[in-house]
Design a protein around this ligand. Structure first.
Ligand code: GLP
Length: 261
């Protein structure tokens, strides 16, 4: 795992957008794993700008989102499908047929989960998976005690997650209690993972995820087992880390980051 600290949330999102843009330029049919949440709004805004300004094309890109609420149809404005259309898909030249999210209103949820895994495999696996982190340390909706080998499945949300996300709903009571999420194992199969987190409310969980012991209580710690995982954070989110000086040195000196400095 490597940690990159940028001065503020915009700089962290811009760096992530630049890495994604370069991955698309290198492989126009990139299989891109996507995340939702407030943190990602800056990232998608920047990607849409790069599409406009630098003519970055998403025409052949294939996407797979991490998760979707169970019980919300795609047209529901609180669904992650709606979020993705609004923040990214409607703003770039992506083919809607190439965008995938689990179907939260599938009749047979288990079958839907198996089908989602199958689609990822048919596309050749995820090249680059973007992740956020919830207050419980979840990636996707892999709440505490999610198995490290878990695959796409239905997961019950914790009270902390419900509290964190309910504010997004007009009526917080309407927030679903369950979601379909890629498993930790599904995420670890991606060729590269980037976790983006910003703001001081994430400082505590980032320290546990990055420098704490690997535990299924905090599914983001699984990224410590991934051969190519990068955590991109802003300064406030880095506040509780012990090796800040080292991480800062990495970005300033490692050849891989030279084009992004
Ligand atoms: C939801 C998503 C996660 C995301 C998290 C962070 O719970 N399922 O994938 O990482 O939100 O949200 P925010 O960026 O709003 O803090």
């Amino acid at each position: 795992m490597e940690v990159i600290i940028r001065p503020n949330a915009d700089a962290a999102a811009n760096l992530t957008a630049n890495v994604i843009a370069d991955a698309i330029r290198a492989k126009p049919s990139l299989v891109l794993g996507l995340a939702t949440g407030r943190t990602m709004e800056r990232l998608y805004k920047r990607l849409a700008e790069i599409h406009q300004e630098d003519k970055l094309s998403f025409a052949q890109v294939r996407t797979f989102n991490l998760d979707e609420y169970i019980g919300l149809p795609p047209e529901d404005k609180h669904s992650y499908r709606h979020y993705m259309n609004q923040h990214l898909f409607n703003k770039v030249d992506i083919d809607p047929a190439n965008t995938h999210l689990p179907n939260g209103v599938a009749e047979d949820i288990d079958q839907e989960c198996a089908h989602y895994e199958q689609r990822i495999t048919e596309c050749g696996g995820i090249d680059l998976q973007i992740l956020g982190i919830g207050n419980t340390g979840h990636i996707g909706f892999n709440e505490p005690l999610s198995a490290m080998y878990s695959r796409t499945r239905a997961k019950a949300l914790t009270p902390q997650t419900i509290e964190q996300n309910a504010s997004q709903f007009d009526n917080p009571e309407e927030m679903p209690r369950r979601a379909i999420t890629m498993g930790v194992g599904t995420i670890l199969d991606a060729k590269r993972c980037i976790l983006l987190a910003t703001g001081k409310t994430k400082a505590q969980i980032i320290a546990k995820a990055v420098e704490g012991p690997v535990t299924s209580m905090i599914s983001a710690t699984a990224l410590q087992l991934h051969p190519k995982a990068t955590v991109i954070i802003d300064q406030p989110a880095s506040a509780n880390l012990q090796q800040i000086e080292y991480y800062q040195w990495l970005f300033q000196n490692e050849p891989e980051w030279e084009p992004y400095r």
